[in-house]
Design a protein around this ligand. Sequence first.
Ligand SMILES: Nc1ncnc2c1ncn2[C@@H]1O[C@H](COP(=O)(O)OP(=O)(O)OP(=O)(O)O)[C@@H](O)[C@H]1O
Length: 276
Amino acid sequence: MAAFTFTASSLFCSRITEPLTLISSKSPSMLNFKRTPVIKISCDYSCLEVKDVHYRPPGTQINLLNGVSFSLPEKSFGLIFGQSGSGKTTLLQLLAGLSKPTSGSIFIQRYTDDGKPTQSPKSLVPERVGIVFQFPERYFVADNVLDEVTFGWPRQRGGPQLKEHLALNLQRAFNWVGLNGISLDKDPHSLSGGYKRRLALAIQLKAQVPDLLILDEPLAGLDWKARADVVKLLKHLKKELTILVVSHDLKELEELVDQSWRMEMGGFLREEQLVV
Ligand SMILES: Nc1ncnc2c1ncn2[C@@H]1O[C@H](COP(=O)(O)OP(=O)(O)OP(=O)(O)O)[C@@H](O)[C@H]1O
């Protein structure tokens, strides 16, 4: 049978790199193959790279982050945990572009499947980062779901093409977070805890697929049912997105986590597997 080994990065985007053997129910002679077809699915992938980041707020003498380095491959789920006051939120703020590192770098690097960089790194720009803060529902401003989710969109300017593009993106965001059945007239504050978090996520996903989605304590303040609902949703979203979470809820998130780090007091980040 014919043996194929080829790169299918344009067709598949997963990090499967093992050779796959396709087995046909038809006999080799019927297929006119001489050898078992072997397809190596190989795929370039990108990684969020944080290298030796230090952060000292302007006008202070103390570093809140000290030499923070880590990598997070695309479509994986990273978790940062650690004591209150250790610097977790400070790190998320740098990743979201809300403040700038004093030194060090934050960028996206593409690699071949055997780990070689394929091109120059590109900066992680704030416009390509989604961030959902703790208790996002506290920041809802509109009195219906449609106005909440389209807040800030151009009303007058922009032709039909732009509008169609925005509508399609919004539809995708609603599908991803499972909000398609919801009435758009509803007051966002009247939604259940889990649905409020879904709406907060849709707002972050409505414009684009972000390079990084950051969630600060996504389960905080929810009852057990809503917590289970959000965990299920995150499990679904991690198939599409690169997600970095800061949380104390290690047990509930454990099943989602691909990589985890402990932030130690003084802003030192160490890789540490979850043992819960
Ligand atoms: N602008 C600032 N100037 C000086 N100190 C600051 C500033 N911002 C935060 N801090 C201090 O930096 C430390 C880290 O704060 P940060 O909010 O990042 O911790 P955290 O790990 O997210 O805590 P928590 O789990 O309670 O949210 C805290 O001691 C905080 O008081």
